[in-house]
Ligand binder design. Structure first.
Ligand code: IVH
Length: 663
């Protein structure tokens, strides 16, 4: 019993603390879903132990409060919260419950996005905007009228001839993703800080004491419900929204009326996919019974309506411990920090690493090993650290003074760059990364020469210079015990085949600063052989339209370097091709056409398909845009296809592709 009481006390206290961080300070320490799971736990314990229930518990009240630094506004009817579900099964249960409670009538449901912003209540008297208020504790809110009036899509006067005497509507104040990014850049420059997410930015902007600041923040408003309305009756939620449109409010596009559970769950699936494409942040979907009469019959709990439910999307943010900051040395010597995290689930994926970009970013975050951090995963990208949620360490992590691999001095490139670099050309960590890059698919393409092999060969001192790769024997691999005869034979074949790679691939493989795949190709096509490159002047390089001063200087410095001469001589001795083959004057049937490749192709690799497209005058891009002409799709395609369908881009399979290239 004592245990139960102390857990309840703890949870209630924690929830109040998090409410204050979220609503008062706009600076939460935990993510929404972590908050929701604390609420769910408390609800469960209170349900199972009714003796401990209390009407004062955060489970019984709308969270939030009205700060005394604003005038207070009493809402004419309470502003409630919504009950949440996190799965389609729970949604189905809610649906069945509604059907049962309403005697299985044919019921219409509306579905709207759950916009991740701040609720506000707007009161119009005789069509004139009189008051704007925050939700506060649900009963009393804060008077933010002047700030609400700065929002461009909030009409100051309803655009209707005969407005109701009292029209109190509720909605969400939010900020578009692009405006949020811009705002964060600006405030980073002016105050050295950022908002953790668009919701915090909207909340912080709405509760400004100076409405001029709010004006600059580009807030938007979206109507979703109403409080008290005199002299006007609506039959349905959809009629109410339509009337709001006539009055001059902007509605969201993603609204739908559904008649079955299937329609609802299908729409939810579509919105999960569409979520990242919307220009505003949504954290779920709200499902409501459309008929206001049926809503009345279902009624309310003391916190939320029974006629609505929010399907919450998997969280994009979570908090965890930053266990370690790992330093990696890149192949050009640049050292980059990355975060090792205590594993945490985020949007269904276990996360244990996050990017930290560079040391300036660590300084800005004021992060150090041991801190609790808020991480975010947007789309498919590697998670990033948004902020330190709780400072648990002293000070901020500093860039190391010595290279973790070779102990040489670490230097800062120059005062304008953020990169720190190990300048020892013989640094083993650089050499290791250099080999990994050299053998990689788009470089010399030695299939099977993985990191585990490289590490063992380095350990055994079998790889001391680049050309050693080509002197390795069958036995050198088999004795590593990493794989058997067949794979070893394949690897030997791949090494031999790679000796014939064209000059363009070799140039890219050499990892010349600033020289990527495309430029390597252009340079190789122009100079045709390695000797010509050693003899070229800066002007010879800058004569190529795609090459400016920085690239030309980098090429010149590279080929002037005596070590480079030695590396190339060794590669020549090992039998590596130093020529760019003449491309047969190829066709032009794909002239100017832009392709995006997706999925696994059957008859060729994606690289081979790219080569063909390029040789016929076409272009290959990595992402789908309006400019894409064709998507060449193989098996197991991902999100690219979805986007292509949305943009109405022609999708072709390999057979159609063969026809296109005249095969
Ligand atoms: S309906 C009785 N519809 O979510 C409450 N709310 O977690 C009726 N929200 O406080 C609210 N989008 O501020 C409704 N399409 C939507 C919404 C929405 C966002 C907010 C709202 C509410 C909170 C509940």
């Amino acid at each position: 019993m004592e245990n139960i009481q102390s857990r309840i006390d703890y949870l209630r206290k924690e929830l109040l603390r998090h409410n204050s961080l979220y609503y008062e300070k706009n600076n939460p320490e935990i993510s929404d879903s972590e908050y929701d799971s604390l609420v769910k736990e408390l609800e469960r314990i209170e349900r199972e132990n009714p003796l401990f229930a209390s009407s004062n518990s955060p489970t019984q009240k709308v969270s939030g409060f009205a700060s005394s630094s604003f005038e207070q506004v009493k809402h004419s009817s309470p502003m409630l919260s919504l009950d949440n579900t996190y799965s389609q099964e729970e949604t189905a249960k809610w649906y069945e419950r509604i059907k049962k409670n309403l005697d299985n009538k044919n019921i219409e449901f509306t579905i709207e996005p759950k916009v991740d912003g701040v609720s506000a209540s707007l009161t119009y008297i005789n069509g004139i905007l009189i008051t704007g208020a925050t939700r506060g504790d649900g009963e009393t809110g804060e008077d933010i009228t002047e700030n609400i009036k700065t929002i461009k899509n909030v009409p100051h006067k309803l655009e209707t001839y005969n407005p109701p005497h009292l029209f109190e509507l509720r909605g969400e104040v939010y900020i578009d993703k692009s405006d949020f990014e811009k705002l964060n850049k600006e405030i980073l420059v002016s105050c050295g800080q950022k908002f953790a997410n668009p919701r915090n930015a909207a909340a912080g902007s709405l509760r400004q004491k100076n409405p001029q600041v709010t004006t600059e923040r580009k807030l938007r408003f979206f109507v979703h419900s109403f409080g008290k309305i005199d002299e006007k009756q609506f039959e349905n939620q959809s009629d109410f929204l339509q009337y709001c449109r006539e009055c001059g409010f902007q509605l969201q596009d993603n609204f739908k009326i559904c008649h079955s559970l299937k329609e609802i769950t299908d729409f939810i699936d579509i919105m999960i996919d569409k979520r990242d494409l919307l220009h505003y942040e949504i954290d779920g979907i709200v499902i409501k019974v459309n008929s206001l009469q049926l809503q009345k019959e279902l009624g309310y709990t003391n916190k939320s309506p029974r006629w609505a439910i929010a399907f919450k999307f998997p969280a994009k943010q979570a908090t965890t411990r930053l266990s370690k900051i790992r330093i990696q040395v890149g192949r050009t010597g640049i050292i980059t920090p990355s975060a090792i995290l205590e594993p945490v689930m985020l949007a269904g994926v276990k996360i244990s690493h996050a990017t930290l970009h560079n040391f300036e970013e660590i300084e800005r975050l004021n992060a150090n090993e041991g801190d609790t951090v808020l991480i975010e995963r947007a789309g498919d990208v590697i998670p990033k650290i948004v902020k330190v949620a709780k400072k648990r360490s002293k000070g901020v992590f500093k860039p190391p003074r010595y290279c973790p691999s070779c102990n040489s001095n670490i230097v800062k490139e120059n005062e304008y760059e953020v990169a720190y670099r190990c300048i020892n050309p013989e640094c083993p960590a650089q050499f290791r990364r250099h080999i990994i890059h050299f053998v990689s698919r788009n470089a010399m393409d030695i299939d099977g020469f993985g990191e585990a092999i490289i590490d063992q060969l380095l350990n055994k001192k079998k790889l001391q210079i680049l050309a050693d790769i080509f002197h390795l024997k069958y036995d050198d691999f088999i004795e590593l015990n990493l794989f058997k005869e067949k794979k070893t034979n394949n690897l030997m074949k791949a090494i031999t085949a790679s000796k014939k790679q064209p000059l363009s691939k070799l140039l890219f493989a050499l990892g010349i600063r600033h020289i990527g795949e495309k430029i390597s190709e252009i340079v190789a096509k122009r100079f045709k052989n390695m000797d010509a490159l050693f003899n070229a002047s800066i002007e010879d390089f800058t004569r190529i339209p795609e090459i400016g001063d920085v690239l030309a200087l980098s090429l010149k410095e590279f080929f002037e370097n005596k070590t480079v001469r030695k590396v190339i001589d060794n590669l020549i001795d090992a039998g590596i091709n130093m020529l760019e083959p003449e491309t047969e004057q190829s066709g032009t049937q794909l002239d100017g056409k832009v392709f995006v490749l997706t999925g696994e192709l059957k008859n060729r690799t994606r690289e081979q398909a790219s080569e063909v497209i390029k040789s016929l005058g076409g272009k290959v891009n990595s992402s789908v845009s309006k400019k894409t002409d064709y998507i060449l799709a193989g098996a197991n395609t991902g999100s690219k296809l979805k986007k292509a369908k949305e943009l109405n881009i022609k999708i072709i399979d390999e057979t159609e592709f063969d026809a296109l290239i005249g095969k």
